[in-house]
Ligand binder design. Structure first.
Ligand code: GSH
Length: 254
């Protein structure tokens, strides 16, 4: 896949996706995999993590990834807006259940992974912690820490919050298995399976041939509190392997 300059991406029609460069940013990688699953064509550009991304900010009003745009509609950056757009563009391969109770459960579980102070957010707080506590964080880390509201009280709770969400995800999957279903919600693959596969990569990074990040990044992802590591159960990791292998393009394009 070719990454094109943001200035050129803006001029295009159709579906466009801006991914965080060089790291398996789960919000963006889940959106990309869902677009591919739905057979949607898209052009792709890159956001430089911790950078100024001037052209992106001027266009989308935000300095983060992913950004998703469809024709002349305003560019989107929230995971749920992006998911609803993809559902609208390719309703034939739905990733949100129609049955209301299942839909509510899928959106709730997705929120716990993607939303503010959800799984990804808390993991990011924990990942930034060593650099922030060193008193000399690299400039990109400092700028992202400010952007994503790094603060003492949330950092202190971050590992416990991650454990609780991972336990919830394990319990949901276990209950589904007990009723003979191989996915998180209802009877079929949903966005929740994509989000889990994507967010699990920032816990246990797949091998370099699948997720080719720079060596420094790999070492950073290996820092995991023992209680968080213990909550990454074999059931959760088996499920992520199955969904990654079946529905994500590997090696991951970043
Ligand atoms: N906009 C997303 C969250 C996006 C997000 O947190 N992106 C981070 C991923 S680590 C990012 O862009 N990091 C790079 C940066 O901020 O420079 C949502 O709320 O649904």
């Amino acid at each position: 896949m070719e990454f094109i300059a943001i200035e050129d991406l803006i001029k295009r029609d159709g579906l466009r996706l801006v991914l965080v460069a060089g790291t398996p940013s789960p919000w963006g990688q889940a959106a990309k995999a869902m677009m591919e699953y739905k057979g949607l064509d898209f052009a792709c550009g890159a956001q430089m993590p911790g950078g100024d991304n001037v052209a992106l900010v001027a266009w989308a009003g935000i300095n983060s990834g992913p950004v998703v745009a469809w024709n002349d509609e305003p560019p989107l950056n929230r995971w749920d807006d992006i998911l609803f757009l993809l559902e609208r563009l390719a309703p034939n391969k739905r990733l949100l259940p129609e049955k209301r109770a299942d839909r509510a459960r899928a959106l709730g579980l997705a929120y716990e992974m993607c939303g503010p102070l959800g799984l990804g957010w808390n993991r990011r707080l924990s990942l930034f912690r060593p650099a922030m506590e060193s008193g000399q964080p690299p400039a990109p880390v400092l700028s992202m820490a400010r952007k994503y509201n790094y603060n003492e009280s949330d950092v202190a709770l971050a590992d416990r919050r991650q454990v609780e969400t991972l336990q919830l995800l394990h319990a949901e999957l276990e209950a589904q298995r007990a009723r003979g279903c191989a996915y998180f919600v209802g009877d079929t693959l949903t966005a929740v399976d994509f989000y889990w596969a994507a967010f699990s990569t920032i816990y246990l990074l797949p091998p370099p041939e699948d997720v080719p990040v720079a060596e420094g990044f790999r070492a950073m992802f290996e820092l995991l509190a023992p209680e968080v590591k213990a909550a990454l159960t074999p059931l959760l990791m088996e499920h992520r392997e199955r969904v990654l292998r079946a529905h994500f393009k590997l090696p991951m394009e970043m």
